[in-house]
Design a protein around this ligand. Structure first.
Ligand code: PLP
Length: 394
C-alpha cells in the first residue's frame, strides 16, 4: 500500500459518534443482545404511504434521469409554497435549492459563505456536524455555551461577547439537536438585531420545525425583510415525514446565495435523486393530520420519558420544547467508576444494554442525549434499566 500522506482535510471530518453508537448497538442486537436504542436521530415511523407511492410511480414512469441541479421546478415551487404556508416567508422558487438532505444544505451554505479564517458562531451543545463542516469550509467555529437552567436558550450577552471583526455568520438551530431547546421569539429578535448591526449572515437550520410541543415554531427570517435578506433558512423531509434515508433537504436564501449554491452543486453532486424529488413533493402535499399525528405521538412519548426519568435521583433535566431528544445531566453519577459521560454511556450500553449518545459529542460534557424515538414499552424498560445501572456507577 502507498505510504503517501493524505491531504490535511482528510483529518478534519471526524467519524460520527452517533452513528458509531448506533452501529455498536445494532451489532449487539445482531448478536442476539436485547439492546434498547435511545441513540438514533431519526423517527421510528414508516415513511407515509403516499410518499412511497409517488416515488415508485416516478421510477415506473421512467423519471430516473438527471434533473436541474437545484431540483425540478415543481419541487422548488412546492418548497416556496411550504415556506409561505407554514413559516410566513415569501420566497421565489428561484431562491430555493433542493439538496441531498439538510446536512448537505448546511454544508453548501457554509461553503459559499465562508472565506478561510471566517468565524461562525454556534451555540453549545450543538449538532457536531456543524463544527466539522465549518472547519471543512476553512472557517473557525466559535462556541457560545448555553445552560440547562436556561433550557439551553442562549444568553444574548454571551453572544455579543463572541462577536469579533472576523465573525461572518451565526448558526441557529431551533428546535435544537441535542437539547430540544426552542428559542423564544425575543431571543430570535435579539439574534437578528445583532446580525443586522454587525452585518452577519444567519444560517437557520429548522429541520425539527414541525416537532414543537410548546407554542409554535418561528423562523428567524420571518421577523422582517431585513433579516430575511441575510438568512439562509434550511429544512427538509427527514424528521417531519420520517424520510431520513431518502436524503432530501432544501434551503431558501437570497438569490445570489441560491445561485452560488446551485452552481456549486452542479460541480459536486448534481441533483438530489430524481424520483426522491417526486416523493418530496408528495410529502409536502400531505394533509396536516399526518404530521400532527407523529408530533402528538412524540409529545406523549416525551411526557412518558420525563416521568420515567423523574424516578432516577440526581439527574439534571430541563424540559425540552421540541425535537425528539432529552439532554440528561448525569454529573451526580460521575466518580471513580465512571469518570465522564462517555464512560457512563459505555456502562449503560455494555451492562444495561441501553444505547445513548454521550453529551461531550455535542460539547455538552456531563450529559447524555436520550432520543425517545422508541416505543412506550421500550422507553419504560430502557429507563428502568438505566436506573439500575446508574446505581452501580457511583
Ligand atoms: C440539527 C440537524 N440538522 C440536520 C440534520 C440532518 O438532516 P438530513 O437528514 O435532512 O440531512 C440533522 C440530523 O440529525 C440534525 O440533527
Amino acid at each position: 500500500m502507498s505510504t503517501r500522506a493524505l491531504g490535511v482535510r482528510a483529518s478534519v471530518a471526524r467519524p460520527s459518534p452517533t452513528l458509531a453508537i448506533t452501529a455498536k448497538a445494532n451489532a449487539m442486537k445482531a448478536a442476539g443482545v436485547d439492546v434498547i436504542s435511545f441513540g438514533a436521530g431519526e423517527p421510528d415511523f414508516n415513511t407515509p404511504e403516499p410518499v412511497c407511492r409517488a416515488a415508485i410511480q416516478a421510477i415506473e414512469g421512467g423519471f430516473t434521469k438527471y434533473t436541474p441541479s437545484a431540483g425540478i421546478p415543481a419541487l422548488r415551487e412546492a418548497v416556496a409554497d411550504k415556506f409561505w404556508r407554514e413559516n410566513g416567508l415569501r420566497y421565489e422558487p428561484s431562491q430555493v435549492v433542493a439538496s441531498c438532505g439538510a446536512k448537505h444544505s448546511v454544508f453548501n451554505a457554509l461553503w459559499v459563505l465562508l472565506d478561510p479564517g471566517d468565524e461562525v458562531i454556534l451555540f453549545a451543545p450543538y449538532w457536531m456536524t456543524y463544527r466539522d463542516q465549518i472547519a471543512l469550509c476553512g472557517g473557525v467555529p466559535v462556541v457560545v455555551p448555553t445552560r440547562a437552567e436556561d433550557r439551553f436558550v442562549p444568553s444574548i450577552d454571551d453572544l455579543k461577547a463572541a462577536i469579533t471583526p472576523r465573525t461572518k455568520a451565526i448558526l441557529v438551530n431551533s428546535p435544537s439537536n441535542p437539547t430540544g431547546a426552542v428559542f423564544p421569539r425575543e431571543t430570535l429578535k435579539q439574534i437578528a438585531a445583532l446580525a443586522m448591526r454587525h452585518d452577519l449572515w444567519v444560517i437557520s437550520d429548522e429541520i425539527y420545525e414541525r416537532l414543537v410541543y410548546e407554542g409554535k415554531h418561528e423562523s428567524i427570517a420571518a421577523l422582517g425583510k431585513e433579516i430575511q435578506d441575510r438568512t439562509i433558512t434550511i429544512s427538509g423531509c427527514s424528521k417531519t415525514y420520517s424520510m431520513t434515508g431518502w436524503r432530501i433537504g432544501y434551503m431558501a436564501a437570497p438569490e445570489p446565495v441560491a445561485k452560488a449554491v446551485s452552481c456549486f452543486q452542479d460541480q459536486v453532486t448534481s441533483n438530489p435523486t430524481s424520483f426522491v424529488q417526486r416523493g418530496a413533493i408528495a410529502a409536502l402535499a400531505l394533509p396536516d393530520e399526518v404530521v400532527e399525528g407523529m408530533r402528538a405521538e412524540f409529545a406523549s412519548r416525551l411526557d412518558l420519558t420525563l416521568s420515567e426519568l423523574a424516578g432516577i435521583p440526581g439527574l439534571v433535566i430541563s424540559r425540552p420544547a421540541g425535537a425528539f431528544y432529552v439532554f440528561v445531566g448525569v454529573q451526580a453519577y460521575l466518580g471513580e467508576r465512571c469518570r465522564d459521560d462517555v464512560a457512563v454511556a459505555e456502562l449503560l450500553l455494555e451492562e444495561a444494554h441501553v444505547a445513548l449518545v454521550p453529551g461531550s459529542v455535542f460539547e455538552g460534557p456531563g450529559f447524555l442525549r436520550l432520543s425517545y424515538t422508541a416505543s412506550p414499552e421500550q422507553i419504560r424498560e430502557g429507563i428502568q434499566r438505566m436506573a439500575r445501572a446508574l446505581q452501580r456507577c457511583s
